[in-house]
Design a protein around this ligand. Structure first.
Ligand code: HEC
Ligand code: HEC
Length: 497
């Protein structure tokens, strides 16, 4: 499942961009790319070809057939994704934390959802209102917002602790016991996930809807959009949504109650997100046979990435495996634990820790383990780590040289957001992860050139479309949209470059 509308023109463009990205590498290390002889080139290509064959790589991780962004379902899903009507107090939309122009994330270490000073201001300047009982100004969401790009490629788990996951006969969600099926999960993982952000007070629900349980807030929001039941009269122009839902579901005479349901809303949100396929990278073209798609320098980085540590490589593909660069499993790698945590107890008995996968399985071997992230477009999805503690990709890669050293010498000044947990607390909490039995990394020596080569390889996993506003425009709603929501709840972002 590879091609969508993008043309040969984009391929040419991406080639030029790659060349330019390498010379603009954010690293301070200077390197020369002319030292490779022809002998080296073919040796590297041979070595990489062996890795590609042995690992069965194809350059394309998506096995199902996601919808086009131009499908009617994706288009209506986009309007919902950008609508603040889907939050309790009409101040947050999905796009608040997953904007296409920010790599499908929010460019923040930790997200700021409801109760922002300016709800439409996204990116690094977004702040909470001070003073309410729930806000001291710092971010209230405890985990970094992952990208929605290529979300259709996940086959087993969604969320950093995998609390949405495939089980034998269907999909499990946090509303049912482990290993059981949620009958309301919907048709795929992305559909199942889309029902949850509105249930989180910090993300979308808000703090004035505590009287409603998960299902009640979902149904209330559907009623608001459709102007029926308890939601009647909340929006002045529900005819706008009714006409669209009737059209997309081919039911011209359906009532709002029949067609504007929480299931249909979450389905449409998932179709829009599943259309976000951005995997046409220089590396994928190399895998598919274009040996000139990446430079020798990138090839050297790739060789390090794939080779086992026992054979002198960096051993990254042990976990970042396959065309999607993830095993979809959970590992404790001791990434810095900043922010408020998920309410799990730390050594001092304070409820500001995050046990990761253990929260779901209650298995000690899962404590502090988080799902291996995909590395496609990783260059554009910072800050990095489950709490966004590394604000440069280089710092995230250097974590793998010696995690203990990285935590001991963690540069607190790299955090751009005010109101995060203090440094001593981060060190104590992260030390618990480093000391836990399941800690999964082995220290290694990587010199500056090798780190830089790994970074060059990671940047070769970027689809150039993700860095081009015009290429991304089909996935975005703009204020010159002629069919704009007359209720005024469409989130037109400000603060983005
Ligand atoms: C306030 C910020 C915020 C808002 C608003 C928000 N999200 Fe998220 N989203 C997150 C965070 C944080 C996570 C990771 C949470 C976790 O794993 O525990 C996440 C996870 C996800 C994931 C799973 C990604 C993965 O790799 O597993 C998807 C898909 C997603 N969100 C879609 C949505 C949709 C759809 C909406 C609107 C209904 C939405 N989000 C609203 C912050 C937000
Ligand atoms: C033992 C499994 C494992 C190995 C080996 C491994 N990783 Fe990771 N990687 C992970 C996990 C798990 C995370 C997320 C951890 C967290 O956030 O707590 C991660 C996160 C990352 C991130 C941050 C991504 C993001 O979106 O936040 C980068 C970059 C990364 N790894 C690159 C590498 C590189 C380069 C190597 C080889 C030097 C490597 N990894 C080796 C499991 C692994």
């Amino acid at each position: 499942m590879y091609t969508h509308y993008k043309s040969a023109l984009i391929l040419t463009f991406s080639f030029l961009l790659t060349a330019c990205m390498e010379s603009e590498s954010g690293s301070t290390i200077h390197h020369s790319d002319n030292t490779n002889t022809h002998q080296n080139i073919s040796t590297l290509d041979t070595e990489l070809n062996q890795q590609i064959q042995a690992r069965g790589l194809r350059g394309d991780p998506v096995k199902n057939t996601p919808p086009s962004i131009y499908a009617a379902t994706s288009q209506l899903g986009k309007r919902l994704f950008f609508s603040k009507s889907l939050s309790g107090n009409r101040d947050t939309a999905c796009v608040t934390c997953h904007h296409p122009l920010m790599g499908g994330g929010d460019n923040l270490s930790l997200p700021i959802g409801v109760d922002a000073v300016n709800p439409n201001l996204l990116g690094s300047q977004r702040r909470h209102k001070q003073g309410s009982p729930h806000h001291d100004g710092g971010p209230t969401v405890p985990r970094n917002a992952p990208t929605t790009f290529n979300i259709a490629a996940w086959e087993k788990t969604l969320f950093l602790d995998g609390r949405i996951e495939k089980v034998d006969n269907g999909i499990r969600t946090p509303e049912v016991d482990i290993n059981t099926t949620d009958p309301r999960a919907g048709v795929n993982l992305v559909h199942a996930q889309a029902r949850f952000p509105v249930t989180s007070p910090e993300e979308m629900k808000g703090f004035s809807h505590n009287d409603k349980n998960n299902q009640q807030i979902r149904e209330f929001l559907a009623q608001r959009l459709g102007g029926y039941g308890a939601g009647a009269g909340q929006l002045p122009r529900t005819d706008y949504w009714l006409a669209k839902f009737r059209g997309v579901f081919g039911k011209p005479n359906a009532s709002a109650q029949e067609v504007i349901t929480e299931q249909n809303i979450s389905f449409l949100l998932s179709e829009y997100q599943r259309s976000q396929l951005f995997m046409d990278s220089p590396w994928s073209r190399y895998v598919r046979g274009d040996k000139n798609a990446i430079s020798n320098y990138v090839k050297a980085g790739a060789a390090l990435f794939f080779k086992d540590q026992s054979k002198g490589g960096a051993g990254c593909a042990r976990c970042h495996s396959g065309d999607f660069f993830t095993d979809e499993k959970f590992h404790n790698i001791g990434m810095p634990q900043i922010g408020r945590g998920k309410g799990d107890l730390d050594r001092d008995g304070e409820a500001i820790h995050d046990y990761g996968r253990y929260r779901e399985t209650k298995n000690e071997a899962d404590k502090f383990a988080f799902r291996t992230p995909t590395l496609l477009n990783v260059e554009t999805t910072g800050p990095w780590g489950h709490a966004g503690a590394y604000t440069t990709l280089e710092a995230a890669v250097r974590h793998y040289i010696n995690a203990q050293h990285a935590i001991d010498n963690y540069d607190w000044n790299q955090l751009k957001q005010p109101g995060l947990q203090n440094l001593d607390r981060m060190k104590r909490n992260t030390q618990e992860a480093l000391d836990h039995d399941n800690f999964a990394l082995k220290s290694q020596s990587l010199n500056d050139t090798e780190v830089d080569q790994l970074l060059a390889f990671l940047r070769s996993l970027t689809d150039p479309c993700t860095k081009s506003a015009s290429c991304l425009s089909p996935w975005i709603l703009y204020d010159n949209d002629t069919d704009q929501d007359p209720n005024g709840d469409q989130l037109i972002a400000i603060g983005l470059n």
